[in-house]
Write a new protein. Sequence first.
Length: 214
Amino acid sequence: MKRRDFTLGMSAGSLATLLAASPAHAQGEPVEGREYTRLQSPQPVSTPAGKVEVVEFFGYWCPHCNAFEPVLDLWVRKLPADVVFRRIPVAFNAAHQPYQKLYYALEAMGVLDTMHRKVFNAVHIQHMRLEKDSEVQALAAANGLDGAKLIESMKSFSVATKCNQATQAARAWAIDGVPTMGVQGRFMTSVGQAGGHEQALRVMEALIQKAKKA
C-alpha cells in the first residue's frame, strides 16, 4: 500500500483480484530496477557477520500486508539459520501510529508471536479500529490479555523509542509503500514490484544469495 492509499476497507477478494492481475515479471534471475532496487546508500544491519538480514516494512492497517502475511510467514519459517528476519512497523501518518505502538507493546509483553496474526484478523476480518485506548482494550479482552498493561506499554518510553527508530529506518530506506522487503541493507523489493506474492519471495531468495556472495 502506497503512502497515499490509507483506506482500510479493501476486501480480501478485491485484493486477490488485483494481485492476480499483476504481471509476473520475475522469471529467472531478477532484474535490478525492475524486480528489485539497489539502495544508493546502504543501510546498517543488526545481524552479526556471516548472517543475512531480511526486513519487512509493514503496517497492521494495510490490506496488502494482511494478504501477504500468511505466505510470508510460511516462507520465514523455512529460512536457513544464516538468515535473520525481522519486521519494522511503518506509520505514514498519525492514524497509523497506534498500530506501530501496538506492535512494539506486544513485543515487550512477550506475546507478539501469538498476537501478530490476530491483530491482522481483528483489523481486516473483524473490521476493528485500534486507534483508541478503548479499542485496544477490547482487542486485549478478546484475547485474554491485560488491557491496562497493554495500554501502559504502548505509552512507555521504550516503545516510543522503538517507534522513532522504526520511522527513521523507513525514511532512510525511502519507504513509500508497504509491504516492502529489504535484504542486507542494500536491496529492496515488494509484491507490486516483483509481480505477486510468490514472485516477491523468489526475488528475495535471489537477493539473499546475492548478499551472501558479496
